[in-house]
Design a protein around this ligand. Structure first.
Ligand code: CO
Length: 137
């Protein structure tokens, strides 16, 4: 079951540089930074109410986000919905013929379980479904 918007992700060349606009001009706070090695990215989080802005920076030239930046430049990258059960959603969507990017749900930042739906199945938008760690709200 989809519960809410978890985060909105922006592809950036550098998290700290990109965060300056949000902190200095908008008065928001960069509340955390984390590397996600198997996706070859570093992410920075800016909390805004119940939703996070996620700044995503490539850590390797062959990271998928690096390809996105090379082709389109910095900008909106994906929207993420929180789900209660990533495996169940993955299986349900796969059975329904929805095009999925990942071969299975993966470990994401902050102990989440996560996978991506291909933009071709989602109105041209890359959509992430994200299950928070068990035992947390
Ligand atoms: Co994300």
């Amino acid at each position: 079951m989809i519960k809410k918007i978890a985060h909105i992700a922006i592809a950036v060349h550098n998290v700290d540089e990109a965060a300056r606009f949000f902190t200095e001009q908008l008065g928001l706070k960069l509340t955390g930074k984390e590397t996600v090695p198997h996706r070859k990215v570093t992410v920075g989080f800016i909390h805004l109410g119940d939703v996070k802005i996620e700044l995503v920076q490539p850590d390797a030239p062959d990271a998928p986000i690096a390809k996105f930046l090379a082709e389109r430049g910095q900008g909106l990258h994906h929207i993420c919905f929180e789900v209660d059960d990533a495996d169940a959603e993955y299986n349900r969507l796969q059975s329904a013929g929805v095009r999925l990017v990942d071969p299975a749900p993966q470990a994401g930042a902050g102990g989440t379980k996560t996978f991506f739906i291909h933009p071709k199945s989602a109105g041209g938008v890359l959509v992430e479904l994200n299950q928070p760690p068990r035992g947390e709200p």
